[in-house]
Design a protein around this ligand. Structure first.
Ligand SMILES: [Zn+2]
Length: 275
């Protein structure tokens, strides 16, 4: 330990992360922040894959992965955490094997359960930052609300067909519900399973999320907080819209109506998730 209370890097780590450490914006101080950081990734799917892999390569010390699914053949078109031989394997287990093959020093913590109103706050408690790789609206709203109530920054991203979106929600500076107060009615917005997604689109958006995450950890640069980045992969156009805290937001507004986590699955009228 040094006088800042952070771990002193070993010669192996200094070499391993040398391309970071030589950057004046990172340095050994920034790298040690990465090594000390604890990041929760919701979902080990399309977005969760590049997020987790790049954060592991960057040396983020603790990565929590929450997912209750099993690797399916249809996942392999985009979910780079999982390999051909992993079909049928639990996603968290496959993710841990891949991440530790990339970087054995990363502590990968597995949460093999669906994220629910009953466990979200408790799981988030152990982490500094939450990164959203959820692929459905009930989970997206739940993660937004739980991160706000836990006072954790949320690095958000979503994808569909050729389109992607990314932002950072710092509690008090705006959230997903400031833009979209309530989930759409079931069936109004198709899922990737129904409408498809270009295989490298999650790579594009997930890599932006990983970039924003390390910037938050190292406290450098200008984050996507206050901005929503919109990506059109077919036209290859990036646009951004300003995002301000909405005083009428049901959770982070002046008179919040959502003061605790609710049963989002029933709320969205979707069938209950297996437990
Ligand atoms: Zn809000």
């Amino acid at each position: 330990m040094d006088k800042l209370g952070t771990q002193v890097m070993t010669p192996y780590q200094v070499q391993r992360y040398s391309r970071h450490i030589i950057m004046p914006q990172v340095g050994s101080k920034g790298q040690r922040k990465l090594l000390d950081a604890k990041v929760l990734i919701v979902g080990a799917g399309g977005l969760g894959s590049p997020i987790a892999i790049y954060l592991a390569l960057a040396g983020v010390g603790t990565l929590g992965i929450i997912d209750f699914d099993v690797v399916d053949l249809t996942n392999l078109q985009r979910q780079i955490l999982h390999h051909n031989d992993d079909v049928g394997r639990r996603k968290v287990e496959s993710a841990q094997a891949t991440l530790n093959a990339y970087n054995p020093d990363v502590d990968v913590i597995l949460h093999e359960e669906p994220i629910t109103s009953a466990n979200a706050l408790q799981i988030m408690e152990g982490y500094d930052i939450v990164v959203n790789g959820a692929d459905n609206f009930p989970a997206r709203y739940l993660v937004n609300d739980a991160a706000y109530l836990s006072n954790k920054p949320l690095v958000d991203g979503s994808i569909l067909i050729f389109d992607g979106m990314a932002s950072v929600f710092i509690p008090g500076e705006g959230c997903y519900r400031c833009l979209f107060p309530e989930p759409p009615p079931p069936g109004e917005v198709p899922s990737c399973a129904e409408a498809g997604v270009l295989g490298m689109l999650p790579g594009l958006v997930g890599t932006i999320q990983a970039t924003e995450t390390v910037k938050l950890i190292m406290e450098i640069g200008r984050s996507l907080s206050g901005r929503l980045l919109l990506i059109d992969g077919l036209e290859m156009e990036f646009r951004e819209v300003k995002l301000r805290r909405n005083p009428a937001c049901p959770i982070c507004g002046d008179n919040p109506t959502v003061t605790e986590l609710i049963d989002y699955v029933a709320f969205c009228g979707l069938p209950a998730l297996p437990t």
